[in-house]
Ligand binder design. Structure first.
Ligand code: SIN
Length: 523
């Protein structure tokens, strides 16, 4: 098997991975590996913005309080403190690298989203905030000769010896290679593709969580999946995100009879937290026997709406919806996973030499429910921290690097093993099942049906070839199982996790559930 050596391996090229690479660049050779093109990440699609306490009326302490409140008692307070205190510095730095956030006159323009008590959401080009971050970070990375990118390289597994991570096995150009590094950072993003309805891009298949789990890392809070209330629900259209900022600017939710309903569910109406709005929408959909509700912006100034949401406007137009004149059909969709690989404040995981940052990680910043627009900020703040910590990591003795690769030597084939229709059959059944049984509203019965199906499918994928599509499906099954087991374990409703059979918080309300391969333990 071919072997390659680098100083630092960064897997994933969204905000967290790129920000980490920038810290690593002065310390050695950095390889940024992605399974697709570098811009194909959740960051690129993030619309609404990036929360930061920088307006005249705001304070980092208030941002911290809002974050803790949204997290419903399960945030790690020290992580929240780091996020809100280091956030302004990371944003100022980003602006100095060329980020163009929208302004009112010469001042930065801050908008409001659900559960924020102040206007603190920065946005760029109206609704293309993530794309602007990706542009600026990629440009910055290009200024370092020490950083090299490997697109279309799929990470199969981590190379772990004696509790230390030595790099990863990759499928690249039809071959499997061993890639050795002094330190490895996982920044592979989330797992929205586990669900039939999701705002996430096709790459979000939970790969980083699955490979870390197989390598023996500890994962945490896997039951907490955030569903965004408003994704486009139109014939033939993807579940394109309709940013919460639209409700922040005054959009109203109506059921299919045209009746506004959010005031019947919560005093904050359209700006209640995402779990409340998503459940209210599901309840209206059930009551009206409909597959969607509507988002209404028709009462707002048309020019303002077009200017404020140019990307959404253009996308909806492709499906013959004029967002200034028509009611937009919407339904909730899986959006973000709060759980992931457990890390400390420096991004260190339970495996030496392995770091994680961004959505794949569980820093504890989001607790049981993420405050809107905190994820890009988390990627910047904790991506930088993980980069700094990885640059200081003292690696394993070099001699232990050489014998690796034996696992794959005999069978390193990247040719698919299953037919496309067979694989796609399992994939779509899995996504439908996760949506229906492990979705917004869960109960013991639905979760047990899900577990039974997963237990049946898992052995099928054990023999998956090292082809991207088959490895992705294997990873999706692993992460689905973790979410399902965690949802079964938590007999109570906290944050984004709602059990209809345990609607109260329950005795476990303050606990975190930890998951590890050897024990599948609950901690
Ligand atoms: C949105 O624009 O509604 C998404 C922002 C986020 O999920 O933080």
């Amino acid at each position: 098997m071919e072997q390659e050596f680098t100083d630092f391996l960064v897997i994933g090229s969204g905000v967290a991975g790129l920000r980490a690479a920038i810290e690593l660049a002065p310390h050695g050779k950095v390889l940024v590996v992605t399974k697709d093109v570098p811009t194909e990440s959740s960051t690129e699609y993030a619309q609404g913005g990036i929360a930061v306490a920088m307006s005249d009326e705001d304070e980092v302490g208030i941002h911290g309080e809002d974050t803790l409140k949204a997290g419903d008692g399960l945030c790690r307070e020290e992580a929240v403190k780091v996020l809100v205190e280091e956030g302004p510095e990371r944003i100022t730095e980003l602006i100095s690298w060329g980020a163009e956030f929208d302004r009112e006159g010469t001042k930065l323009a801050f908008t409001r989203e659900a559960a924020h008590s102040k206007n603190r959401i920065l946005h760029a080009h109206g609704d293309s905030t993530g794309r602007e971050l990706e542009r600026v970070l990629l440009n910055k990375v290009r200024t370092f000769g020490s950083v090299k990118k490997y697109p279309f390289a799929f990470t199969i597994d981590l190379i772990v010896r004696d509790g230390g991570c030595l790099g990863a096995y990759m499928a690249k150009n039809g071959k499997v290679i061993s890639l050795f590094a002094k330190a490895t950072i996982l920044a592979t993003g989330g797992a929205g593709q586990l669900y039939e309805r999701t705002t996430n891009p096709a790459v979000a298949t939970g790969d980083g969580m699955a490979i870390a789990f197989r390598a023996g890392a500890v994962l945490e809070d896997m039951e907490f999946v955030q569903f965004h209330p408003t994704s486009l629900y139109a014939e033939g259209a993807p579940h394109f995100l309709l940013s919460e900022a639209m409700r922040g600017e005054g959009a109203i939710l109506r059921n299919i009879h045209g009746e506004p309903f959010m005031k019947n569910y919560h005093a904050s109406a359209e700006l209640a937290s995402r779990d409340i709005v998503s459940r209210a929408i599901i309840s209206e959909m059930v009551k009206t026997k409909s597959s969607h509700v509507y988002l209404d912006l028709t009462h707002l100034d048309g020019d303002f709406v077009r200017k404020r949401f140019p990307r959404i406007n253009l996308t909806c137009k492709m499906y013959h919806i004029d967002i200034t004149e028509d009611l937009i059909p919407v339904s909730p969709a899986a959006h973000y996973i709060m759980g992931g690989i457990r890390t400390d404040l420096e991004g260190a995981t339970s495996i030496r030499g392995l770091f994680a940052a961004g959505e794949v990680a569980c820093t504890g910043v989001h607790g049981a429910n993420r405050l809107a627009s905190n994820s890009l900020l988390e990627g910047l703040v904790f991506g930088a921290r993980a980069g700094i910590a990885a640059s200081r990591h003292t690696p394993e003795a070099h001699s232990s690097l050489s014998p690796a690769g034996e696992v794959f030597r005999e069978s390193a084939s990247t040719a698919p093993r299953f037919s496309t229709s067979y694989r796609e059959g399992i994939r779509s059944s899995l996504r439908k099942m996760m949506w229906e049984k492990v979705g917004i509203i869960r109960c013991a019965e639905s979760l047990s049906i899900a577990r039974d199906s997963l237990v049946q499918w898992e052995p099928e994928m054990e023999g998956a070839a090292f082809a991207r599509e088959e490895q992705e499906l294997k990873n999706m099954l692993t992460v689905s199982r973790l979410i399902t087991e965690a949802a079964i374990a938590r007999r109570g409703s906290v944050g984004a996790h709602f059990r209809s059979d345990y609607p109260e918080r329950g005795g476990d309300g303050k606990r975190h559930f930890l998951w590890e391969k050897d024990t599948m333990s609950v901690g």
